[in-house]
Write a protein that binds this ligand. Sequence first.
Ligand code: KIV
Ligand code: ZN
Length: 390
Amino acid sequence: MRTEKVEIFDTTLRDGEQVPGCKLNTEQKLKIAARLDELGVDVIEAGFPVSSPGDFKSVTEISKLVKNASVCGLTRAVKNDIKVAADALKYARKPRIHTGIGTSDSHIKYKFKSSRPEIIERAGEAVAYAKTFVDDVEFYAEDAGRTENEFLAKVCTEAVKNGATVLNIPDTTGYCLPEEYGKKIKYLKENVVGIENVIISCHCHNDLGLATANAIAGITNGARQIECTINGIGERAGNTALEEVVMILKQHPYLQLNTDINPQLLYDTSLMVSREMGMFVQPNKAIVGANAFAHSSGIHQDGVIKNRETYEIIDPADVGVTESAIVLTARSGRAALAYKAKKMGYNLTKLELDIVYSEFLNFADEKKEVADNDIHIIMELYRRNSRAIA
Ligand code: KIV
Ligand code: ZN
């Protein structure tokens, strides 16, 4: 089956780092950048060089370090931003400047106090200036999600005319519905002059919990790059989660789209980013949350023990998680208790299991979760009682 590649543009170190309290120092950023390169991302957005001397230094050092991925620096459509970014990227093997401007009516009116024709002009000038430093220039139309499609196509056409290699269509406020975002990408594919020579990129925010769904709608309508972060972190409710889009494409091969990501590093990378940023991952987070492969109800546990695929669509080993977890609670049945006890070295007969199970339920009613150590205690109680009766 012929599949097409979707480029993975990781912005953990830029949009992800905008999360309050998640600021990283250069050393931490280098550690994460090295891991992202090993993971197989195509582009690492390393920072916003003009924003602070610290960000400039981080982008410079990451540019020196990264071997495979393109290294990208964000700018506004401002000459000095672009010049500073080019300087920070000068050691990169594959440098990319990411420049752009707000295109929605509210950005034009309130942020820029400008007009549509002026925005088109500024977009073209920014791309043309960035092109004097690097070949690879990505243009973003900020708030494209709320920008009228006809005008958006005009801005994008101007960016392409001036040499943009990638067009980023951000749903900056996370407002779009998947169908609407997909149609937007389709419209641009059909109406931007020169679009056949550039890649369309999806940059979706999660304000309504739709960031991943929107990115997928984008690529099924012709986009070929997804901007995402590890654990879905990012401004406000976050960005599309890298691990989610990678696994969606892997688990749905009929979409005929793939990435170069090594999924076996996903879990460990999630832990690393969470640790370095001090940002805890919600337990029910898809793919990498602590409960993503944990089963606690008796019916599910019985199914998973018989065959993992009854309640799991992903083999945990595929994303670097050692195994599915059977969590013992008051909702667990005998099958789960016998399975857990066996793993801990207790092979119970049917009669023994019946007796131990009623003791287990007493424990489980007292506690939210019955830990391994509790099983040892339950078994010890059972042994003592059986000796006393004998
Ligand atoms: O969400 C957004 O619009 C952005 C741009 C700066 C690319 O992060
Ligand atoms: Zn963003």
